[in-house]
Design a protein around this ligand. Sequence first.
Ligand SMILES: Cc1ncc(COP(=O)(O)O)c(C=O)c1O
Length: 340
Amino acid sequence: MGASPDEIVLSASTTVNLHALVSTFYEPKGRRTKIVADELNFPSDIYALESEIRLKGLDPREHLVLVRSRDGRIIDEEDVLAAFDDSVALALLPGVLYRSGQLLDMERLTSAAHKRGIVIGFDCAHSAGALPHDLSKWGADFAFWCSYKYLNGGPGSPAFLYVNRKHFHRTPGLAGWFGYDKARQFDMALEFHHARSAGGWQIGTPSVLSASTVLPSLELFGRAGMERLRKKSLALTDFLMAMVDGVLSREPYGYSVGTPREAARRGGHVSLEHHEAWRICQALKKRRIIPDFRPPRVIRIAPVPLYNSFGDVLAVARALKEIVDRREYEAFSTQRDAVS
Ligand SMILES: Cc1ncc(COP(=O)(O)O)c(C=O)c1O
């Protein structure tokens, strides 16, 4: 992630970490009262930001500015910059957008936010483990992410948070004994002395069994190296997109790519769009290929560079073709399940 070890800590879940950080860094004062986010961000972030605004006694309808997407897929960074004015106290943006896979230029956004006196943080749930970061060099104020997506920690594995060391002196907004100075946590003193590290933003006892799943995965990441994984990930997703362009976008298949093409503008997944996305996802699952459906018409395919091969990607492309050739998707209901 491009940070020193004391700037990152494993803690809680993504949304809880957002609360721990935003409750600390959102300090509406005078004219600066607004939070800038984007309308394509994962809804949990928006719910959490609205509640953080309410907790400060303000009205989210007035104080949460959602940058609009021009096409429903990507966020134009120029539109974000245009929203950065002197009424903004804090900005929270995704590293990679969960639906389209667009990668935002976190360095550029951080520098623009700081020039305008805005504190900025990133939800890196879809960028952590998918590409190298340089959070401290970029100067991001805070960030958080889960370990159950690209970090391969498995279902229910916990999240991480990052606090830039320039903020270590700040009192955490959601204090708890796990944020206490680590050497003295078990002294049981009533006066709160928070750890001068990201560990100050931990709240309570981590789920140790879940946390234990992250370590073996991170060891593999350490051995493989993030740069090499990113290179293979881009090659795998390029390969998939080439097959969409060559065959799957033609009639009768009708798939299209909703992810930006340039390597510098995309994360680790390909967002395939199709009007039968939901039922095609069911047909893929029946073939033991695990995609992810996102309404209204997105099939997310994330080849994992640690263990997926180019042969796997070819098999997925073949499956996407055959599901349409043989109308396999028609065997499934158009009624969506609660979990997609
Ligand atoms: C971008 C993003 N942010 C936040 C979350 C919420 O994560 P959690 O359930 O760990 O709070 C998710 C979950 O998928 C996500 O994709």
